[in-house]
Ligand binder design. Structure first.
Ligand code: SF4
Length: 319
């Protein structure tokens, strides 16, 4: 069976109404972050590959985009680190040539931004958002559990160089975990580096869904506001990732709602409210789909900060 690579549109916390492209087998990444909402990394790698035929992804995209959906972004994200895919450059070029009305965003952990082919592949994207959590190797390893040999200071240099070369917009995501990277020492060092990088925006991100490790929490509102104000002293706009409240419309990707929900839950856990907002369905209707999937045994239930989450895939994928 052909794998579906397109998901959404979803109302993403960071980019508004976003159509997702997933180029990776679940779950392939150069990190195994303790906060990852997809669960544990099965394939920890820095080796790039064409994981799926590029033509297959382009055909699926064309099917969706020919209908002219309303979108804020088309976003490369999903089951791991998107720059690991050798297809990404060709797909971005196809999007910018054939559907230039849409903005293309890439969410990346930044670990491959020193690779010349990756830099060339991303050159036509409108927006690239690398992640930074710490300048300390010890904290970096504790949070990201990276592929052996990856160094935070090298990745910071990659981001600095990429910022100079890239013609599109670069924002920086800072993922905050209390008692890991929220001490004054950690934040002061991060702020110095951000000042050198000069991203167009800083996005403070926090845990919103069940994480790979259940000890991971989110800062409380008071702490988050203090951190936001601290970074805002750099005179760079600082966003705190929030739920986007745009009007949803019904799935336009041509797949059944059942399939859309299943695919979304494979990529990330969602509450009934998340799914209702994404599909435009009433909560009761979403609940009916979910009970069908629970009966099939294709999804399971987890508890998170925002309530009950539904997730696809075996529970053992989460450590
Ligand atoms: S959060 Fe991103 S970088 Fe970290 S393991 Fe998950 S997909 Fe990889």
């Amino acid at each position: 069976m052909t794998e579906n690579h397109i998901f959404g549109p979803v109302n993403s916390r960071r980019l508004g109404r976003s159509l997702g492209i997933d180029l990776l087998p679940f779950k392939t990444c150069s990190y195994d972050c303790v906060y990852c909402e997809c669960g544990a990394t099965n394939s920890l790698t820095t080796k790039r590959a064409e994981f799926f035929p590029t033509e297959e992804v382009i055909a699926q995209l064309d099917k969706v985009l020919r209908k002219g959906p309303t979108l804020d972004y088309i976003t490369f994200a999903g089951s791991g680190e998107p720059t690991l895919s050798l297809s990404i450059g060709r797909i971005i070029r196809h999007l910018k040539t054939t559907y230039s009305q849409y903005k293309v965003a890439v969410l990346t952990n930044g670990s491959l931004l020193g690779n010349k082919e990756v830099i060339a592949d991303l050159s036509r994207a409108d927006l690239v958002i690398p992640t930074l959590t710490s300048t300390s190797q010890e904290t970096f390893e504790r949070i990201h559990r990276p592929y052996p040999g990856l160094l935070t200071k090298t990745i910071i240099n990659y981001i600095l160089e990429f910022r100079k070369e890239f013609r599109g917009e670069m924002w920086l995501e800072i993922f905050l975990i209390p008692n890991q990277n929220t001490s004054l020492e950690e934040l002061a060092s991060l702020r110095d580096v951000i000042d050198k990088i000069q991203p167009a925006r800083i996005q403070l991100n926090t845990l919103d869904r069940p994480a790979a490790e259940d000890w991971v929490t989110a800062p409380d509102e008071e702490e988050l506001i203090k951190i936001r104000n601290y970074f805002a002293e750099l005179n760079i706009p600082v966003d705190v990732a929030g739920v986007c409240c745009e009007q949803p419309d019904v799935c336009i990707s041509g797949e059944s709602t059942h399939e859309l929900i299943k695919k979304t839950l494979h990529i990330r856990p969602c509450t009934v409210e998340d799914l209702a907002s994404m599909t435009g369905l009433h909560h009761h209707e979403v609940a009916k789909y979910l009970s069908g999937l629970l009966e099939e045994g294709t999804i399971h239930v987890q508890r998170g900060k925002r309530g009950v989450f539904y997730s696809a895939g075996p529970q053992t994928e989460r450590k």
